[in-house]
Ligand binder design. Sequence first.
Ligand code: HEC
Ligand code: HEC
Length: 426
Amino acid sequence: MLGSVFFSPLQAKRLVESMQLAGGSTTIFSRSFAAFELPAEGLTDQELKRHMDTDPLFDRSHIPLNDHKNAGLGPLHNAKSCSACHVLNGRGRAVLGESLFRISLNKDKGDKPVPGMGFQLQDRATFGYEPEASVVREWIEKEKLRKLQTTITTSDGKVLPSDDVARSLRIPPPLIGLGLLEAIPEKDILMNEDINDENNDGISGKAVHTKDENGIDRLGRFGWKATSATLHQQTVDAYNEDMGITTPAGPDTNKTKDGMPADISWEELDGVTYYSQTLAAPATAQKADTQLVRAGFKVFNELKCASCHIAKQQTGFNSDAVAGVINNQTIWPYTDLLVHDMGPELDDGVAEHGLSETFEWRTTPLWGLGLTKRVNHYVGFLHDGRARTIDEAILWHGGEAEESKNQYVSLNSAKKSQLLKWLKQL
Ligand code: HEC
Ligand code: HEC
């Protein structure tokens, strides 16, 4: 669709200029290693102060406390702080300590928790406790691509059979422009849904129906399978599951939903959420290099990459927005926030809480893609970091994206290079 929008040179120039501003007027112009750590442009002084004040909460290293049973960190956990995994807010590496395993029983569509462990494997424990299990990971080469194989051994020495227990390594996605993604109206997301593929393009896309922390029906948009509806919910889950830290149920109480004293205050919970909501998205690298952008983006559209990686979105208007500047922005995240059948090679056997199928994944936003190596000195794309290059990431696409992938494979080298160059300047 957008591929045909390049009418006149002037219009093309304007479009390219808009595309450079990935986060609309909230875009920041850093392409340095710290590009993912910057507050959105256009925050008021007060909002900026709050962002700066809440930043250290994201880095806070938690410890076990003596306040009550199991207070503070753990006992079971994966890491001690948000930033231990989300290093410089970039993509985490596929090593434990920066990433984690989702697990489930393979029988019954992968929506059953593993007894005694749930849907997430906690491989660390505080002093005096046993971690749930230890994991040995191994990359296996497969036709020039690499795939992960893991051995999970429980604390009592039992090796979990891989036929029964599905395991899915998840690396942390880069945390950029999240407040903008949160502000895309639900109706706009639903507009791109095409569950029965009625337009016959081989691409369906499904919204994930879940609930927010208040039990209200919402669309899921965060996480590799879009299981979290809001950044607040994602933060609550991160404290609970990743760090074994309980959170208050609401602003007026310092108790958890079960009536237990919460490990952190509402102020801290809300503060960390605010920090993530007000992080910027970086501008693309090419300062209106119309030629390169036009050529690469054209291939991206021709290959129907843009049917899932929807280039342009518009944020809504919310009078309670965490920051006014997040409202009414034209943004270029390259995602539809829907989940898609990505084929057997990406089927991880885990359908957390039955919200999405084992073979479904949320279209990953592509903004900031080209900064991956600069921020984290390492490249590992896709949910488990298996792809060492953008080329490999595309080659793993299957299912609804099979046709796209095949077309990519048969591109001539000039066009392939145009597409990859364009992706690298995002
Ligand atoms: C043990 C490592 C780890 C820790 C600790 C951790 N995260 Fe994450 N985070 C992840 C992983 C892995 C994902 C992707 C999870 C998935 O979808 O399966 C993620 C996803 C997210 C997302 C969703 C991003 C998106 O694009 O959808 C947000 C927001 C987030 N984390 C914030 C936090 C905050 C805030 C904290 C601290 C309270 C935190 N995380 C602690 C590993 C971690
Ligand atoms: C059917 C929808 C769909 C189509 C079509 C599609 N993608 Fe994707 N793409 C996804 C999903 C879903 C993921 C996440 C898969 C995962 O992590 O397991 C993804 C991941 C990626 C990633 C890795 C991003 C990251 O940060 O890990 C890149 C790069 C990418 N796609 C580029 C492309 C390109 C280029 C095309 C066209 C040739 C394309 N995609 C076509 C849905 C699609």
